[in-house]
Design a protein around this ligand. Structure first.
Ligand code: GDP
Ligand code: MG
Length: 448
C-alpha cells in the first residue's frame, strides 16, 4: 500500500488538517473512536493509504500535528476526533512564533525540532511503502513558514528519497494581519522551491470569494473556507485512497503535469455545481466547463499573459460520472479552447474519477499548472522589495540571529522563480532550443 503521511504545521495548517480528517473519517465510514461502521467494504479497500490500523481494527489518521503554541493542538486533542490521532503525534511548544519566520526556523522551532524528527521517523517506519508526505501550512505567519522550512531541511537529510507535496497558504496584501508577511512568504519559499516536489497555492481572499463571501475574518467564515480547502485536498487524493475507475498517484500525476521541475506551483480550483438538468449538456460536460471558469480559482491571479495560460492540469472528479465521458469532454474542451493551453503539450489534461461514496454530489477539483500563478509571487515580491529597500522590520529577523545576506539570497531566488514563469510563457520553444530545462523535459508517457 502506498501510504500518504500528513504533516500539519501552525494554526492555519492544523485548522485545515483537522477539517480534512473529519472528511476522511466520514468518507471511510469510521466513527469517532476509529471503528468501521459502514456496510460498503469498498470504503476500506484502500483505507491504509491514510490510516494506520491496530490489532483491534481501530483506525488512526496517519498525521502529525505540529505547532509552536499549544492552544489549537489542545482544542483538536479534546475535540470530536481527538482520540483518533496517536497521542505521540501531537507535537507542540509553549511559546509563539510571533508571525516571524526566523523564530520558527532559528529559535523557537529548534526547541521542538528533534521531537518532530523522531515522530516523523516513527510514522514513516510504520508505512509499508510510503508514497509521499503531504504538508498543510501557511507561509504568512511564523510557525507554518519558519518551522516548516526547518522541518523540510531536516527531512532532506533524514529521508532523502521522500516525496513532499504541500498545500501552502500565501498572503494577499489586502488581508494582512501583519505588515511583514511578505518576508515570511519569501523566506519560506526557499525550501518550497528547492525541496518540495509540488505545491498547491491557496490564499484566503480567493477562498472567501469562492464561498461567495467578503473577507470578514469571522470564525464562521474561516470554518467555511477551511472546509472548502479541506474538500479540495481530500478530492485530489480521493483516487489514491478509494477504489475507482483509475489507479493513479501523485508521482504519476507529477510526471504528467510538471514539465519543468521548478515550475511546480499549482493553481487549485474547485467546482461544486448544482447540475442544471434542463440543459442539454451532460453532467460530465457541465463539470468540465465549469472547472475552467476563472471564479473557481482558490488563489488570486488574474490572467494578464498574452499567451496561453495552462501548461497542464490534473482534474479529479467525484460522483456518479463516466470517466470515458469526462475524458472525451476534456479533450473536446481543450480542442475548442486551444488558445488557453500551451501548444507544445498535446496531452495536457489528466482526468480521474471516483464514485465512492456514490451519493456525493458531482464535483471537480483541478490542479492547474498555469503561468498566471506567477502573479501571486509577483505581488509578494513587490511587497517584499518595498519593505526590504527601506530595511523595515528587518531587525525582527536579525534579532533572531539571522544573517541579512540570507534575506538577500532569498529575494534573489524568489525573483528567479518569477522570471522563470515569465520567460516560460509563450517562449518555450526558445527555452528548449537553448537547451535549458533539459532535466525536466516533459515525460510524454501518459501513465494513467
Ligand atoms: N484559511 C485559514 N487561514 C488561517 C487560519 N488561521 C490562520 N490563518 C491565516 O494564516 C496566516 C498565518 O497565520 P497562522 O497560521 O496563525 O500562523 P502560524 O501559526 O505562525 O503559522 C494568517 O494570514 C492567517 O490569517 C485558518 O484557520 N484558516
Ligand atoms: Mg501560530
Amino acid at each position: 500500500m502506498a501510504e500518504i503521511v500528513q504533516l500539519n504545521v501552525g494554526q492555519c495548517g492544523n485548522a485545515i488538517g483537522s477539517q480534512y480528517w473529519s472528511k476522511l473519517i466520514d468518507e471511510h465510514s469510521l466513527n469517532n473512536q476509529g471503528e468501521y461502521i459502514g456496510n460498503k467494504d469498498l470504503c476500506l479497500d484502500k483505507v491504509h493509504v491514510s490510516f494506520n490500523e491496530n490489532s483491534k481494527h481501530v483506525y488512526s489518521p496517519r498525521a502529525i500535528l505540529v505547532d509552536l503554541e499549544p492552544s489549537l493542538i489542545d482544542d483538536i486533542r479534546s475535540g470530536t476526533y481527538g482520540n483518533l490521532f496517536h497521542c505521540d503525534n501531537y507535537v507542540n511548544g509553549y511559546t509563539s512564533a510571533g508571525k516571524n519566520w526566523a523564530r520558527g526556523y532559528y529559535t523557537e522551532g529548534r526547541e521542538i525540532i528533534e521531537m518532530i524528527r523522531d515522530t516523523l521517523t516513527k510514522e514513516l517506519e510504520k508505512c509499508d511503502r510510503v508514497h509521499c508526505l503531504q504538508i498543510n501550512h501557511s507561509v504568512a505567519g511564523g510557525t507554518g513558514s519558519g518551522l516548516t522550512s526547518l522541518i523540510i531541511s531536516k527531512i532532506v537529510d533524514d529521508h532523502p528519497g521522500l516525496m513532499k507535496i504541500s498545500n501552502t497558504f500565501y498572503p494577499t496584501n489586502d488581508l494582512e494581519s501583519c505588515p511583514f508577511e511578505s518576508y515570511n512568504a519569501v523566506l519560506a519559499s526557499m525550501e518550497l522551491i528547492e525541496n518540495v516536489e509540488m505545491v498547491s497555492v491557496f490564499d484566503n481572499k480567493s477562498l472567501h470569494n469562492a464561498c461567495g463571501r467578503n473577507i470578514s475574518g469571522t470564525k464562521h467564515s474561516l470554518n467555511e473556507i477551511n472546509d472548502l480547502a479541506a474538500l479540495f485536498i481530500s478530492d485530489t487524493n480521493a483516487p489514491m485512497r478509494l477504489s475507482g475507475q483509475i489507479n493513479t498517484n501523485f508521482l504519476k500525476i507529477m510526471h504528467n503535469i510538471i514539465p519543468f521541475p521548478r515550475l511546480h506551483y499549482m493553481v487549485p480550483k474547485i467546482s461544486k455545481i448544482n447540475l442544471n438538468h434542463s440543459l442539454k449538456e451532460s453532467p460530465e460536460s457541465q463539470l468540465i466547463t465549469s472547472i475552467f471558469e476563472k471564479s473557481r480559482n482558490l488563489c488570486s491571479c488574474n490572467y494578464t499573459f498574452s499567451g496561453s495560460n495552462y501548461m497542464t492540469a490534473y482534474i479529479s472528479c467525484r460522483g456518479n460520472l463516466s470517466l470515458l465521458e469526462l475524458q472525451k469532454e476534456g479533450y473536446a474542451y481543450r480542442k475548442k479552447n486551444e488558445d488557453m493551453f500551451a501548444y507544445w503539450i498535446q496531452d495536457s489534461l489528466h482526468i480521474s474519477s471516483t464514485s465512492i461514496p456514490s451519493e456525493s454530489l458531482p464535483r471537480a477539483t483541478c490542479m492547474g499548472n498555469k503561468y498566471e500563478v506567477y502573479e501571486v509571487f509577483n505581488n509578494i515580491g513587490h511587497d517584499f522589495a518595498e519593505l526590504h529597500q527601506k530595511k523595515k522590520y528587518l531587525h525582527h529577523y536579525t534579532d533572531q540571529g539571522m544573517d541579512p545576506m540570507e534575506i538577500i539570497e532569498s529575494e534573489s531566488t524568489f525573483n528567479d522563480l518569477i522570471s522563470e514563469y515569465q520567460q516560460c510563457n509563450g517562449c518555450c520553444c526558445n527555452f528548449e532550443s537553448e537547451g535549458e530545462y533539459e532535466e525536466g523535459e516533459f515525460d510524454e508517457e501518459d501513465d494513467q
